[in-house]
Design a protein around this ligand. Structure first.
Ligand code: GLN
Length: 477
């Protein structure tokens, strides 16, 4: 079995026993990229020599000692490009510093290797909005890998990354994990520092791991979580050993089944997979409880007011002066900002900036932005009330499996609507995980992965990881 397709814990055992070296793993991953990635297109850049040097210097006594991890291209790694999937930053920016998550991975002994493709500035759920290249789903090359962390998910799924980091503002770790058949964890807001993550919507963004197993996700979360004076929204709460409670099972765990997550629009084959998982957890001793989250129907419209509003402000720094490629026709600074931004941003990013500027403009602010903030509070309160009754919530990640490439051309709304099951967790700031729940057949005869979503209260990552691990161990595929 190639080293590149093994779990972190399996590799760690072989490393500490002296059977393999970190260099062996990096070489194996580099070979896997050479053979798989021309088709899949998960990676935007990589520096093999730098990774090999880091591998040779890795301290194997550390928790991630010698393990290569791929990084989404919106998370800063010192000395590397960080394009955010945008032409605006391509060739125009090298990170002068490490994001806190990157630094913590390095401090845990990891070797950061390779930068993964994404929807431009993380806006999208297909990775088709990358201005740089197309990424394909390794399970069916005619389909999307999901997004916006599609490169990270496809890299892990195709065996060309051991594990990766992504970012989740409205589902961008969980949804590509679901479509590619890997594990994806969105930590609670404040659990992981956002310092050095290029901001999309600062009140929603979180960095999270994409991995081959629940245990690997727990291991990566242990490494990247924890307080950070550089991010005032990051919480100081102690980081538990998430791995310790993984095998404690679900006896007596109350799992909520929200009616609104199983309604119209959910593909019957996906529903069947999720119900199978729920029954399996029940057989393991969990108690299934029907619950209601009535504001789910407002989540998509609320998110698509708030996220663009924040983005329109966050993206003002890309102006050809502070950041980004400059297009200067010599007509003055205001025109230069305009020409640079027109040339640099792709159409989805422009749509979001225009939408965000509109909902924040005087005369519309109260009607859209203030109202959306109020709905956000209601969404939060509904989750708080639900978590009085249950320990975790179970649902699909996405209404259907990965769609075909190009199918949403000219119709961005269809992709927005498919975010229905992931977006509320970001609005509420709670944690969520996608864990593989089998596959459904496509008309073309391919098998498309489906993810099971488990949501937990704020800072209850231990619970969702434990439930996810229980399902993973009885799943049997
Ligand atoms: N699909 C959502 C969007 O387009 C979520 C993206 C994300 O989580 N970064 O905004």
């Amino acid at each position: 079995m190639s080293l590149a397709t093994q779990s972190i814990s399996a590799l760690r055992q072989q490393l500490t026993a002296g059977d393999i070296t970190s260099r062996d793993i990096v070489e194996s991953v580099a070979q896997a990229i050479d053979s798989n990635d021309t088709e899949v297109g998960a990676y935007l850049s990589r520096d093999v020599e730098k990774a090999l040097a880091a591998a040779d210097a890795a301290d194997l006594s550390l928790p991630l000692g010698g393990i290569p991890i791929a990084i989404k291209d919106n998370i800063n790694v010192e000395g590397e490009p960080c394009t955010c999937g945008s032409k605006f930053l391509q060739g125009a920016y090298l990170s002068p510093y490490d994001a806190t998550a990157s630094r913590k991975l390095k401090e845990a002994g990891a070797v950061l290797f390779g930068r993964t493709n994404m929807d431009e500035f993380a806006m999208g759920s297909s990775t088709e909005n990358s201005a740089i290249q197309l990424t394909r789903n390794p399970h069916d090359l005619n389909r999307i890998p999901g997004g916006s962390s599609g490169g990270s998910a496809a890299a892990v799924a195709s065996g060309s990354a051991i594990a990766a980091l992504g970012s989740d503002t409205g589902g961008s770790v969980r949804q590509p994990a679901s479509h590619c058949g890997v594990v994806g964890l969105k930590p609670s807001y404040g659990r992981v520092s956002r310092y050095g993550l290029v901001a999309f919507a600062s009140s929603l963004d979180q960095i999270g791991p994409l991995t081959n197993s629940v245990e690997d996700a727990a291991l990566l979360l242990e490494a990247i979580a924890g307080g950070d004076p550089r991010d005032s929204t990051c919480l100081d709460d102690a980081v538990p050993s998430y791995r310790e409670s993984l095998d404690k099972g679900v006896k007596g765990t109350r799992i909520g089944i929200p009616a609104e997550y199983f309604g119209e629009g959910l593909a019957p084959a996906v529903r069947e997979r999720i119900e199978t998982a729920a029954k399996a957890l029940e057989a393991e001793g969990a108690e299934l409880v029907e619950i209601s989250l009535p504001s789910t129907k407002h989540a998509v419209s609320t998110y698509y007011v708030l996220a663009p509003a924040e983005a329109s402000s966050n993206l003002s720094r890309f102006d050809g002066v502070r950041y980004g490629n400059r297009v200067d026709k010599g007509t003055g600074i205001v025109d230069m900002y305009g020409t640079s931004r027109s040339a640099g941003f792709g159409s989805e990013v422009k749509r979001r900036i225009i939408l965000g500027t509109y909902v924040l403009s005087s005369g519309y602010y109260d009607a859209y932005y203030t109202r959306a903030q109020k709905v956000r509070t209601i969404v939060q309160q509904e989750f708080q009330a639900a978590f009085q009754k249950v320990d975790a919530i179970l649902s699909p990640v996405s209404p259907g499996p990965a769609r075909k490439l190009g199918d949403a051309k000219g119709d961005p709304l269809s992709d927005y609507l498919a975010d229905i099951y992931t977006i509320s967790a970001n609005l509420a700031g709670i944690c969520g995980i996608s864990v593989p729940a089998g596959t459904v057949p496509s008309d073309e005869g391919t098998n498309l992965p489906v993810g099971l979503q488990l949501l937990g209260p704020h800072m209850a990552e231990e619970t969702i990881l434990r439930v996810a691990k229980t399902w993973e161990s009885v799943r049997g595929e």
